[in-house]
Each structure stands twice: as C-alpha cells, then as structure tokens.
Design a protein around this ligand. Structure first.
Ligand code: FNR
Length: 342
C-alpha cells in the first residue's frame, strides 16, 4: 500500500464512522439500571469527579481517532482545541502511518500544537517495536501511550495483518516506556483471560474498547469492493458493559470505551468499575455535523451534567458511586453467569 492510499484509508475511516454512526448505541448500557434513591442526601457542590487516574480532572476523555491525511490533520487540530477548552485528555489516532512517512507527522502534532499543556495519549499498533513506540510518544510529547489491539479489524481489512502474536511486542513496549502504557481494544471488547495475560506481562492499564459503538468490522467491510463473508464479524465480541463485567476481578486499572452516547452511560461505566471513560464516535459526529463550537458546547454540557447525576444518585465521588445498587437485564445476567463473572 502506498502512503497516499494510507491517507485515503484515514479519510475513509472518518467518512464511514460518521456514515454508520448510531445515535442509540448497542454497548449494553440500557441493560444496566441504577437503582434510584428518593433520598440522595448529597449536594452537587459536594461532588468530586476527578478520577484517581493520572492528573485528570474529568473521568472521561476524547479517545483515539485520526491523523495521517490533510483532512484528518484538520480534524486533529479541532479536537486539540476542543480538548484544550474543556480540559479533557485527548488520544491521537494511530501514528503508525507517520512513523513510516514523516511528511505526515504534522497531521498528528496538530493535536499537541492546539493543546500545548493538555494530557495527550500517543497511539501505536501492537505490532510496533518499542523504539517506534518511543518515537510516537516523543512526536507528541505525549503523557501516556495507547497500544491498540484490533484482530477483528485486521481480519476484515483486505490489507490487514495476518499475524496476531502481539504479547511479546506489548511486553517490550511496556518495559521500555517512560510514560504509562494502556492496551486498548478498538471495539470488540476484552475477556477476563486476556486481562490476566496483560497483567502477567506487566501492563497496568487497559481500555476495554467494547462492542456497540463505532464498528470497525462494518467500516472495513464497507471499504471492500464486494461485501464478503466477513460481514459475519460485524456483531462480534463483548459489548462495553460485558467487558466491564469481564474486568470485575482484574487487577488492572480499567478504562471503558465503546458506544458512550450520554453522561448517564459514563456514570454506569464508572459504577461498573471503570476509572475513566473514552468517547470517539459521538465527538466526531458533533464535529462533522455541527462544527467545533457545537462539539465543545456538548462536551461542556456533559461536564455540567455529571455532578448533577452523581448527586441525584446519592454519590459524592467514585467510591460512593460504586455503592449504588444496580439491576442487570436477564441477558446480561445470563452472560455473567455463563462466564462465571461476579
Ligand atoms: C477510531 N478508533 C481508533 N482507535 C485506536 O486505538 N487507533 C485508531 O487509529 C483509531 N481510529 C479511529 C478512527 C475513527 C474515525 C473512529 C471513530 C475511531 C477507535 C476509538 O478509539 C474507540 O475505541 C472506538 O471508536 C469506540 O468508541 P466509540 O466511537 O463508540 O465512542
């Protein structure tokens, strides 16, 4: 694949993610009910939202999306300005293309330029060497590094990787990294077995990247000239909520991403064990449809809503939120039982 094809692929991902954007996601949040108390005995002014994660002020952030073409460089500049204005952490899209083609570096550094003091997460694939991972971190003066794992996306991509032996490379990157390393699925979720494997090789942070939001099997299938048997993978993997149940006993610090569409989804993910929550498709949708000012206003509205939701649930912080009783829908309970999860 030539580099111009790589840039085209980045533009296609943005176009197709927006084309298939679902305002109602299928990540499982509707299968989780938070039990209402009519006597919350908490005031909004008492709520402390900052997670025990890095130096973040908010328990959510704008997750990895793009870079690698002129158009996506402009999107990254917008995302950087939004993150800066809202004091939200921001993850870069995969920098692999810029490691191969230095001309494309400015389409990624646009993030850092727009958000000079913000918390920026670099992003590489699990096939990267530890030296490449360090270059990606240095490129953005990044505060943390995401390593994305995306076997289903690669499987459906005609030009995708066919070698999914990633643990050694992840272990090497984690061992050499000066910044925290987060292993991140891109939308097919995690299992308790995989979480145990990651813990064993010294990874401390995971982004569950569950099914139900942006769907890369669908996006990659749409990029093929002919729809293929791969469409069977369109519904594959664990939803974000199922992945949170998989992580109940994990020793890793958990971030949840996938199909987050509302502040209440964030609250539910935090209740089920997430330390923070990532949002991608929804932010892209606001940005493309309504522009930068609108996207920023929406995120500010979420920031205003979160402490109100916490207080209404009787929670003044993450620890007390975790005490709110939950009721799971039968299908979710069935999943937890068959998987012998708590
Ligand atoms: C992504 N995502 C992603 N993730 C990653 O680790 N590296 C990447 O390069 C990309 N690229 C990318 C492009 C576009 C256009 C989108 C919308 C998303 C995945 C993203 O970080 C997130 O895990 C999923 O999109 C699920 O979250 P949402 O979109 O359902 O909120």
């Amino acid at each position: 694949m030539t580099e111009s094809q790589q840039s085209h692929r980045k533009d296609e991902h943005v176009f197709l993610a927006e084309k298939y954007f679902q305002p109602q996601a299928q990540a499982g949040f509707d299968q989780v009910r938070l039990v209402h108390t009519p006597l919350p005995e908490t005031a909004v002014a008492q709520v402390a939202l900052a997670p025990a994660l890095f130096d973040w002020q908010w328990p959510f952030f704008i997750n990895a999306m793009t870079g690698g073409s002129t158009q996506t460089g402009a999107i990254n500049a917008s995302l950087g300005r939004i993150a800066h204005a809202c004091h939200l952490p921001l993850a870069s899209g995969s920098q692999s293309v810029a490691l191969r083609e230095p001309d494309l570096i400015p389409t990624f550094t646009a993030l850092r330029q727009a958000d000079p003091d913000g918390f920026i997460l670099a992003n590489v694939g699990a096939g990267a060497t530890w030296q490449q991972a360090q270059t990606a971190v240095a490129m953005l003066d990044a505060n943390a590094l995401q390593i994305h794992v995306n076997a289903i996306q690669e499987a459906v991509m005609p030009e995708g990787d066919r070698d999914f032996r990633w643990l050694d490379a992840i272990a090497a990157i984690a061992a050499h990294s000066d910044v925290p390393v987060i292993v991140k699925e891109v939308g097919n979720g995690m299992s308790k077995e995989a979480l145990a494997q990651l813990a064993q090789i010294g990874v401390a942070y995971v982004d569950l990247g569950g099914r139900g939001g942006t769907n890369f099997a669908q996006i990659e299938n749409a990029r093929r000239a002919e729809p293929t048997a791969w469409s069977a993978l369109a519904d594959f993997g664990q939803s974000t909520v199922e992945s949170l149940l998989e992580a109940q006993d994990s020793t890793l610090t958990v971030i949840a991403t996938g199909g987050v569409r509302a502040p209440l989804d964030i609250v539910k993910a935090l209740r089920l064990g997430a330390s923070a929550v990532g949002i991608s498709g929804q932010v892209l949708h606001w940005l493309i449809q309504e522009g930068e000012a609108f996207a920023q206003a929406q995120l500010a509205a979420w920031q205003a809503a979160l402490p109100v939701l916490f207080a209404a649930l009787g929670a003044s912080d993450l620890a007390s939120l975790r005490q709110v009783p939950v009721v799971l829908a039968p299908s979710l309970l069935n999943y937890a039982n068959q998987r012998q999860l708590k």
